[in-house]
Design a protein around this ligand. Structure first.
Ligand code: M6R
Length: 609
């Protein structure tokens, strides 16, 4: 998730673009850049870092021009650097582009364009698009953009400019937001409303596959057949603060709601044909390396550690390999048993968690191959690992991790599927079944999110208590740990997660009349056992808030509240069950008046040991 802005009109564009980028800062902070249509050519200023770094770079000599575009980068292809910063130009500086999204087929396009004589200055996928537009240019920017669009796959929102057509900007989108703000003899473009509402409330929100030609006095919107459409602008009534959070009260809720899209981005180019094909060639595994793996070690902290626990169940079940999961701070000091055939996986959203980084370094010192699952390109973990599987969740602002966790799970599922295919651990038909079930998950997550009010009602009970328990068996236990952490972290309610069968070995003593117990009973394979544990709690007066799959209605009379998750195979339930638990933590914290996005004593990235 990067941020893009554009302006065309009578005013000086630089201060307006800069102010727009400042409003979008939460969308990316790896590099910042602005391109302006000047008298003699397009002037590009860019730098590694944030908007403030760009301002320093520019100094007192503000560049002039009445049209231009700007970008804040959240790195995906190529680490944060000045060369990889946007705007990108083509061979000639006459063409520039700022882009948010991922051009999936950029490598073959880059090869082809290089063969046609194009020279590349960055490692980004975006630069390929600039060259493609230049390649098709025959005096009409709109037409060359429309031709380029026929060639690219992936997600994008971009603005293109050409010095030979200074009176216009062209923009387009697919699966990534882009909107146009209508002013008086001036128009604005932005990734989201936050950068527009200071100027205008009349907004065109571009739909997928639409392209727009924007001048200072007009906006023409074209559909995928290049036909002009008659569209009316919307009148937006949101206030500016809620616009920054996509209209939500908190970043955490925005990020919870972004999860279907984050899943689709993380799958993009990896899981295709409705899940029938899995491709993680980006990991550069040699066949022999995969064959040789005899043990897997997963190391992480906090929420990422909980994702690792799900990975253990999954990998052991599918790959039939022993998997150990360790908290990074423990791994380092316990002289872990590693051998040449161990694959070490570290998981970290930020890629900067000190304990995880230290564990990664220890594993590499011991000669281990380390595969990192991380959300941040250019982070220390990404740079120091041997192989990296990026999650494409986009920046996570709220301290409580939600979309990062879900995409970490997806990365683990895809990795397992990939290794299983290479090791022939399952028959091809079974692998395809798993792939297509994974492919359906974003829509199932959407379904759960649409029922947030049901969860808010459950929070109404939970909010009055200072202590609660989460129970589950098997994969449900791993999710219970994550649900309890979310609740503790933002609502300050003491929450303990237990393997459901373990409660009777001591903790049952704490079950008193009315105490809320969140019971996950999603696993068909252990449903009867879970039901027995629920009955133990009910018999002692506990108030059971239960989460099950559709079709498990028999539990309804045994519990105090029940939430039905869409049906899927047991192994996928963690990706669904965690969603209402995130919402439960969120609504409970809101009901208790807690500062949801910035809980006390915590920061987003823990860079001390
Ligand atoms: O950036 P990381 O994934 O390495 O962070 C690890 C933990 O600090 C993090 O998951 C933490 O537990 C979250 N705030 C939980 O919501």
């Amino acid at each position: 998730m990067s941020g893009i802005v554009g302006y065309i009109g009578k005013r000086q564009a630089y201060p307006l673009l800069l102010a727009g980028l400042q409003k979008l800062e939460y969308r990316g902070y790896d590099s910042a850049g602005i391109a302006l249509q000047g008298a003699d050519g397009i002037n590009i200023i860019k730098t590694k870092g944030k908007v403030a770094d760009l301002q320093k770079e520019v100094g007192a000599n503000l560049p002039v021009g009445n049209a231009g575009c700007g970008h804040l980068r959240w790195a995906t292809h190529g680490p944060p650097s000045k060369a990889n910063a946007h705007p990108h130009s083509a061979c000639s500086d006459d063409f520039v582009i700022v882009h948010n999204g991922i051009i999936e087929n950029y490598l073959p396009l880059r090869g082809w364009l290089a063969g046609e004589g194009h020279r590349f200055a960055s490692e980004t996928d975006t630069e390929v698009l600039a060259h493609l537009i230049e390649h098709y240019y025959r005096g009409d920017l709109l037409q060359s953009v429309q031709e380029a669009l026929q060639k690219i796959t992936g997600s994008f929102a971009f603005i293109a400019a050409c010095h030979k057509e200074k009176d216009r900007l062209i923009c387009a989108r697919r699966d990534t937001p882009l909107m146009i703000g209508l002013g008086e003899a001036e128009n604005f473009i932005s990734s989201d409303l936050a950068a527009l509402l200071h100027h205008t409330r009349k907004i065109h929100i571009l739909e997928n596959e639409e392209t727009a030609l924007i001048t200072s006095s007009a906006v023409k919107i074209y559909n995928s057949e290049c036909t002009v459409m008659q569209k009316r602008a919307q009148e937006i009534t949101w206030d500016v603060t809620s616009a920054e959070k996509g209209g939500y009260k908190h970043f955490m809720l925005k990020e919870i709601m972004e999860q279907p899209q984050a899943l689709r981005e993380t799958m993009r180019g990896r899981l295709s044909d409705g899940g029938q094909k899995i491709n993680l060639a980006e990991l550069n595994f040699k066949a022999q390396e995969i064959e040789n793996i005899s043990k897997i070690f997963i190391i992480a902290c906090g929420t990422a550690y909980h994702a690792g626990l799900v990975g253990k169940y999954l990998m052991e079940k599918i790959l039939r390999l022993p998997v150990e999961v360790d908290v990074a701070s423990e791994f380092r000091y316990r002289d872990p048993l590693l051998c040449a055939k161990t694959l070490v996986i570290v998981i970290s959203q930020s890629g900067e968690t000190a304990d995880t980084l230290a564990a990664l370094r220890l594993a590499r010192e011991r000669g281990q191959q380390v595969l990192a699952i991380t959300n941040v390109v250019g982070s220390s973990v990404a740079r120091e690992a041997d192989k990296v599987l990026f999650t494409w969740a986009g920046p996570e602002v709220a301290v409580a991790s939600t979309k990062a966790y879900l995409t970490q799970l997806l990365a683990l599922y895809m990795l397992t599927l990939y290794l299983a295919a290479k090791r022939q651990a399952l028959p091809p038909a079974r692998l395809k079944e798993i792939g297509s079930a994974l492919f359906k998950l974003p829509a199932q997550v959407e379904n759960i999110l649409s029922r947030e009010k049901e969860v808010a009602a459950i929070a109404g009970y939970l909010k009055r208590w200072e202590s609660t328990f989460f129970i589950g068996r098997n994969l449900d236990f791993a999710v219970a740990l994550e649900g309890a952490l979310k609740l503790k972290e933002i609502s300050y309610i003491h929450a303990e997660a237990y393997a459901a069968g373990e409660l009777k070995h001591g903790t049952l003593a704490l079950i008193v009349e009315g105490i809320p117990v969140v019971a996950l009973a999603t696993q068909k394979a252990v449903l009867e056992k879970s039901l027995s544990n629920i009955k133990e709690i009910k018999a002692r007066g506990g108030y059971v808030l239960c989460f099950v799959q559709e079709g498990m209605e028999a539990l309804q009379n045994e519990v105090d509240s029940i939430f039905y998750l869409p049906t899927t195979a047991d192994i996928f339930l963690p990706m669904l069950a965690v969603i209402p638990l995130q919402l439960l933590a969120y609504y409970t914290a809101v009901a208790r008046g807690c500062p949801v996005d910035n809980p006390r004593n915590l920061t987003k990235s823990i860079t001390v040991e």
